[in-house]
Each structure stands twice: as structure tokens, then as C-alpha cells.
Design a protein. Structure first.
Length: 168
């Protein structure tokens, strides 16, 4: 009767000893990337400048879009929608801007994670995992976000980047 528990314990000890070197060689889990800190909130004047930069890029390419600029807490500061922009773009632009500001990263980062199979991103409240939202950085700190919607995601991303770059 006693031989069986002793044999099982010995087998477990042997498995543990054999697998210990494998565990020691396992790669360390990847660390989360460092995100920029929040800075002071964007001013209305700066939000208008970011919006104007985005609208100039959209006009240059003849793309009908909605542009939203939010502060670093995701609150809408400036909004503009071109004539004949699809109706859904109105809300989507604001949500893309909020994602960029509140998560301190472009919405494209989330889009890429979903494309790579990380579907947990879809459960993050307030995350819109679509290209077209970028954080606005001044002095290396997030002061807001710009979101653009109306075209394909990559095109929206180009316009949003132009808006954020208008403050550099």
C-alpha cells in the first residue's frame, strides 16, 4: 500500500528536477512599453491648430472627413466635419481621439494587436481599435488626441498625424 504513494512522489520529484533547467531558460515575459506621461491639457487655440492641420491634409487629398480634438482626459475640445462626410464618421472621429488620448497611443496599435490575434483588446472599455486616432504630444507629454474618420483607416491615420504634427 505504501509503495504506490512513494513511487508517485518520486516520479513527481524526478519530473520537477528534469524540468527545472527548462524553466530557468524560459524567456522572461515581455515588458509593457513605456507610454508618455500626461502633460497639461490642450488649449482651445492649440486644438484649433491641430484641427486646421488635419483639415488641410484632408483637403489636399480630397478626402471628406470628420476631425475631433480632445483633451488628455478624452473630453471634446474641437470638432469639424466636412460636407458630404458619411454620418457615422461624426461619432467615430471622437472615439478615435479619445482612445489615443486616454490610452496614450495610436488606435492603430490596438488594431495591429487585434490583427495579431489579441482579441482581449476588444474588451477594453473606451478603446476603439482602428487607425485614425493619435495622441498629441508636446514636450514629450500627452496633451490631447486627434481623431479622424470618413475614409479608410490608413487615410484617416494620415490626416490625424498631420493634425498632431501641426503642433510640433
Amino acid at each position: 500500500m505504501m509503495a504506490r504513494p512513494v513511487a508517485l512522489a518520486s516520479a513527481a520529484l524526478l519530473v520537477g528536477m528534469l524540468s527545472a533547467p527548462a524553466l530557468a531558460q524560459a524567456p522572461a515575459p515581455a515588458q509593457a512599453p513605456t507610454r508618455p506621461s500626461y502633460g497639461p491639457t490642450i488649449t482651445l487655440e492649440a486644438a484649433k491648430k491641430a484641427g486646421a492641420g488635419a483639415m488641410a491634409e484632408a483637403r489636399k487629398n480630397n478626402w471628406a472627413v470628420a476631425v475631433a480634438v480632445v483633451d488628455n482626459h478624452g473630453m471634446l475640445i474641437y470638432y469639424e466635419m466636412m460636407d458630404d462626410t458619411q454620418t457615422a464618421a461624426a461619432t467615430i472621429a471622437v472615439e478615435k481621439a479619445r482612445t489615443a488620448a486616454m490610452f496614450r497611443r495610436p488606435g492603430k496599435d490596438f488594431q495591429d494587436r487585434v490583427a495579431a490575434g489579441d482579441h482581449a483588446v476588444l474588451g477594453l472599455p473606451g478603446a476603439t481599435p482602428i487607425d485614425g486616432g493619435v495622441p498629441i504630444l508636446v514636450g514629450g507629454k500627452v496633451i490631447g488626441g486627434v481623431g479622424v474618420s470618413g475614409m479608410a483607416g490608413a487615410q484617416d491615420g494620415v490626416v490625424a498625424k498631420a493634425g498632431a504634427d501641426a503642433l510640433k
